[in-house]
Design a protein around this ligand. Structure first.
Ligand code: URA
Length: 224
């Protein structure tokens, strides 16, 4: 199956998913959007009111702010994949429950395996917790770690910055240094990429993603 077909298949499954109780109150599920070969995946928490209405991630106030932050870092929304750790809106925007996070995790894992991004940017503590269990967002925000073959950058959630004025300068500063972090990640990835003759490229494309699952303990953990 092509990556496009696989992502479409995941979207269809998410739209009829009943793995947790969030399906009972959803209007539209929000599977995530972006190119099937995106270099960067941004992963937030869960849909809010507007996302639940439209079926699209980060389309409310926090989304507008995210678009501005990305633009400041030289990134266009349409060039990155944007999604969430839970695909259906938690009632009244409450925090997702552990059972909701684990029910939805297989969808996100399949999306990551299909897109195979070089860089994952987590938005908020729930998304950060998937990749850096036990880390504190107040400490690791703005930092990049190598986890398996990918780089993961932890950012504050844009909504937190809108609601807590003391976080706004930090998120602005973190996104301001994003181009530098992306540059480091791209250079590191280019260094570790195997050199293959053009004729070998098609043969060497793996039939499945051999990247370690993101919940595996990072074997090589670097802080930049
Ligand atoms: N907040 C999130 O975490 N995700 C969205 O899609 C919108 C707001």
């Amino acid at each position: 199956m092509s990556a496009t077909d696989t992502l479409f298949q995941i979207t269809s499954e998410v739209s009829v998913c009943t793995r947790c109780t969030l399906h009972k109150t959803r209007n539209k599920s929000v599977p995530g959007v972006g190119p099937e070969n995106a270099e960067i995946m941004l992963i937030g928490e869960g849909p809010g009111y507007n996302e639940n209405e439209q079926g699209l991630p980060f389309v409310g106030q926090a989304g507008q702010f995210l678009t501005e932050l990305l633009a400041q870092a030289g990134l266009k929304r349409e060039d990155v994949w944007i999604g969430n750790v839970v695909k259906c809106r938690p009632p009244n925007n409450r925090d997702p429950l552990p059972e909701e996070l684990s029910a939805c995790d297989a969808f996100l894992e399949r999306q990551i395996a299909t897109i195979n991004p070089k860089i994952i940017i987590t938005l908020g503590r729930f998304s950060m917790g998937k990749f850096m269990p036990g880390a504190k967002i107040s400490i690791v925000h703005g930092q990049m770690r190598k986890i398996g073959s990918r780089f993961v950058i932890a950012m504050f959630h844009p909504a937190a910055a809108l609601h807590q004025p003391n976080i706004k300068p930090a998120i602005l500063a973190d996104f301001a240094k994003l181009p530098q972090l992306l540059d480091v990640a791209r250079k590191e990835i280019a260094k570790s990429a195997p050199v293959v003759a053009p004729a070998q490229v098609a043969e060497q494309k793996p039939a499945y993603d051999p990247t370690p699952k993101t919940d595996e303990k990072p074997t090589q953990l670097k802080l930049f």
